[in-house]
Design a protein around this ligand. Structure first.
Ligand code: HEM
Length: 528
């Protein structure tokens, strides 16, 4: 994006159609955290602003009640700053000279603080006592009619009609003077939008309920990216389970792992079934907010069990075999799914002539459907997975870039990504049994064949159709294998090729297995 505050219809606008905000963005334009306080595209209209606020806060997983509580609660304290000319502000933080030390929009022509502060350009405070937590926001919002005015900085803002002196907030520098009460277009939406209004009226009548709802929503806003409750420390951490924390009950770390392994081995499931299911259960993990992952076995619950990326039919079959093993051994299903991956891998490692063991740490728990907020899990749905050579449909972004995005979210390095893709291909874990990238004649053996054949100069690589390639024998001209962009990027990108050649080396077969196992274990344990 190039333009701050680009209005809709502009080249860099985040909107299309009937005010559709590009997903997954939440802020309406670059430079704002939520919506334009002066109205959509700077034109005041509280009902239109209400639409923008609702989308923005929904994308932060906030419902209407939480939205009203947060906006009103936030604006119960502090003020807006627009008492001067916004044109005299310096450049934004990234454009500012080095001596500004990361501060931006500095006002060097006047004092720039206190009475002279200009930030949003809106001027005034929302409540008569802006340094105190009280119900002043709703009291003034409903007590007065509000009319549209301009601030000294020229911003559109709402001011009370016939305001009583006793309701005017004090000046920031001289408490014997007063300043304006003010509402932004977003605050007016809390009164004008019918749904928001009902909530605002309720909060006005019941200040305690308002305070409690604000406290909970504030805690959610500021802790949502911390991950499961086990990561909270200190006496202030709440003891109750909150649905947005994706709760997972404690599991049983003391079951007989060897016995469970034998049962999985005897189950008749293939290496590909075992490894793919374990992978699918773990791959939802996001380092960004520590959501998803194998713990909880939510892959058996809605909506995960029906995601196309999880191959619902096959998943149902595999879970049908693994669930009884979990109950017979007293293990959680989450543990058995991961252990099944371990069993599959060890079989494939033995077939490759190696005796490397795959570490397994028990103790995962199983979440129930009640503990699972379906809407909030829907956003974790994988629509691509380069590790399983799959994209749900064609996107503007290339398949290899999407793989990189997933690897980054999972916290994997380029080398870990490389070794995992190369290994998973030869295990036959492609989504929908596709044969792209299966550069081996012994599927199910954890060999370095993917890298050996990818870098073998006896072949050439020919585009076949959109996103599909053929690996052709130079001498005979016959097609030996097929490949996707994700497969070929490990030969075309210089850094990934470096890793591919390294793993293709004859004297690195064992190193390949060890590195694969280390990366695999990292994925399985990422959420713990
Ligand atoms: C609905 C979307 C919202 C809009 C459009 C909005 C807009 C604004 C604007 C224009 C200002 C004045 C900034 C300045 O001139 O310095 C402001 C200040 C403030 N906002 Fe919001 N806000 C929104 C939601 C929130 C939320 C959710 C919170 C916190 C939970 C919050 C907390 C505050 C606080 C504490 C201030 C005062 C800052 C100070 O005293 O310097 N706002 N907001």
């Amino acid at each position: 994006e190039k333009e701050w505050l680009e209005p809709s219809g502009g080249e860099n606008s985040r909107y299309s159609g009937e005010r559709d905000l590009e997903n997954p963005l939440a802020a309406v334009m670059m430079g704002l955290i939520y919506v334009n306080p002066e109205g959509v595209d700077g034109k005041p209209d509280p009902l239109k602003t209400a639409h923008d606020i609702r989308i923005t806060f929904q994308r932060m997983a906030m419902n209407d009640e939480e939205t009203v509580a947060l906006t009103a609660g936030g604006h119960t304290v502090g003020k807006a700053h627009g008492n001067g000319d916004a044109g005299i502000l310096g450049p934004e933080p990234e454009g500012a000279p080095i001596e500004d030390q990361g501060l931006g929009w500095l006002n060097k022509k006047s004092r720039g603080v206190g009475r002279n502060a200009v930030t949003s350009g809106i001027e005034g405070a929302w409540t008569p006592e802006p340094t105190k937590w009280d119900n002043g926001y709703f009291e003034t919002l409903f007590k007065y009619d509000w009319e549209l005015k301009k601030s000294p900085a020229g911003a559109s803002q709402w001011q009370p009609v016939g305001v009583q002196d006793k309701d005017l907030p004090p000046d920031v520098e001289d408490p014997s003077k007063t300043i304006n009460l003010v509402m932004t277009d977003a605050d007016m939406a809390m009164k004008m939008d019918p749904e928001y209004r009902k909530i605002s009226e309720k909060f006005r009548k019941d200040p305690e309920y308002f305070a409690e709802t604000f406290a909970k929503a504030w805690f959610k806003l500021t802790h949502r990216d911390m991950g499961p409750r086990t990561r909270y420390i200190g006496p202030d951490a709440p003891t109750e389970d909150l649905i947005w924390q994706d709760p997972v009950p404690a599991g049983n770390p003391d079951f007989d792992v060897a016995a469970a392994k034998s049962k999985v081995e005897a189950s008749g499931l293939s290496v590909a079934d075992l490894v793919s299911t374990a992978w699918d259960s773990a791959r939802t993990f996001r380092h960004s907010d520590r959501r998803g992952g194998a713990n909880g076995a939510r892959i058996q619950l809605s909506p995960l069990k029906d995601w196309e990326g999880n191959e619902p039919e096959r998943l149902d079959k595999v879970l049908g075999v693994l669930k009884p093993i979990a109950s017979e051994t007293g293990a959680s299903l989450a543990d058995i799914i991961v252990l099944a991956g371990t069993v599959g891998l060890e079989k494939a490692i033995q077939a490759a002539g190696s005796s490397v063991k795959v570490p397994f740490t028990p103790g995962r728990g199983d979440a129930t459907q009640d503990m699972t907020d379906e809407e909030s899990f829907a956003v974790l749905e994988p629509v691509h997975d380069g590790f399983r050579n799959w994209v749900k449909r064609q996107y503007v972004v290339s398949a290899e870039e999407m793989m990189l995005d997933r690897a980054q979210l999972m916290g994997l390095t380029a080398q870990e990504m490389t070794v995992l893709v190369g290994g998973m291909r030869v295990l036959g874990t492609n989504h929908g049994n596709s044969s792209h990238g299966l550069f081996t004649d012994r599927v199910g053996t954890l060999s370095n064949d993917f890298f050996v054949n990818l870098t073998d100069m006896s072949y050439t690589w020919k585009p076949k159709s959109e996103g599909e390639y053929e690996i052709v024998d130079r001498k005979t001209g016959s097609t030996k294998w097929t490949a996707s962009r994700v497969d070929l990027v490990f030969g075309s990108n210089s850094i990934l090729r470096g890793y591919s050649e390294f793993y293709a080396q004859d004297d690195n077969k064992e190193k390949f297995v060890r590195d694969f196992v280390a990366a695999w274990t990292k994925v399985m344990d990422a959420d713990r």
